[in-house]
Design a protein around this ligand. Sequence first.
Ligand SMILES: *Cc1c(COP(=O)(O)O)cnc(C)c1O
Length: 408
Amino acid sequence: MPGTAFPAPALAVLGGDPAFAEPLHVGRPNIPRPERVLRRIREAMDRRWLTHFGPLVREFEARLAETAGVRHCVAVCNATLGLQVLARAAELDGEVVLPSFTFVATAHTLLWEGLTPVFCDIDERTGNIDPDHARRLVTERTSAVLGVHLWGHPAPTEELARLAADHELALFYDSAHAIGSAHAGRAVGGFGGAEVFSFHATKFINSFEGGAVVTDDDELAERVRLVHNYGRGDGARVRSIGTNAKMTEVAAAMGLTCLEEMPALLAVNREHHERYREGLADVPGVRLREPGPADRVNHQYVVIEVDAEASGLDRDAVAAALAAENVLVRTHFHPGCHRTEPYLREPRRFAPLPLPRTEALGERVISLPTGTAVTGKEVSAVCALLRRIVEHAPSVRRALRARPPATR
Ligand SMILES: *Cc1c(COP(=O)(O)O)cnc(C)c1O
């Protein structure tokens, strides 16, 4: 009704009804062609070939190698074991320098393998590892640098390659977020000595659970293949220690189908990202994080930064106000691995230098819902909510303060 001023419904945190009846999640799986996945699983069962380098795993590996622009791909049951198998196959020892601002699995895999993760700080602008800070942490015990393409944004690959060459270190990447991303026209997957993708259900491409080690190094690929299969080589002859990190045919059925649909998934993510950009453009104190000019990214994560001074609300208040609306956002990777057990209790060993930029960025970020499980309309509604939450910052702040501590 033109000319009639409708009062907007009250924010839930101020006593209104939640904007969403059902919770909106971050990281709900992309499942682009379920009927095709089921057909492939049915075919695997008909073949009675369920695991152990079946045709689906081999096809998935071939397509992944092509996507990453490398010669070798070994599919694994998850990225955590992929990183462990890689560390073992590369015979790393001593210390490995990595960013603290990552999912804790990046660090755990190293400690599990008897290595010492040593945390370095980030470049606040990109959120990625700061190569200068990493350089300051190299000692005679350092054997490798493990970069992370945070939120799918490529790490500073040129600088890290230089650092690794200067100190004769191995260089690997945790590429759990970054399949489909590229830097300067080169696909993620081909940087460093090897990279490890994750196909966990919440990731851009999923195989329920899964991962892959990709590399151009013939010898390393051979060793990864051995270690991930109980150390057994051709003719089942045991040639080294190994574990079981193989991918199943069921996982490959899902992974392969998602990979085939990657262009469509990318288009949805891009559209959502653009919608967030438009919807949040002039919301004071809320800034959408964008990829670097030389980067192509999969937009698996939509991350905003909250500037508490400009918005009138700190990040936790914004997240709480969104949660009241049934928008369940995440704050990855707060508070950083170095402030997580077991690393927290031994700062001199794991974090010998202070990590102020990791801590500062961790306090400001929010991951918003995206992917095929949300609609453009829902994305617009989240933007509108953010705008109104900031508009009503003083009352939102007061309402949150009045809550009993457990619900804050
Ligand atoms: C998800 C994730 C992992 C672990 O992957 P899984 O396949 O679940 O084992 C490792 N590193 C990062 C950065 C991740 O986000």
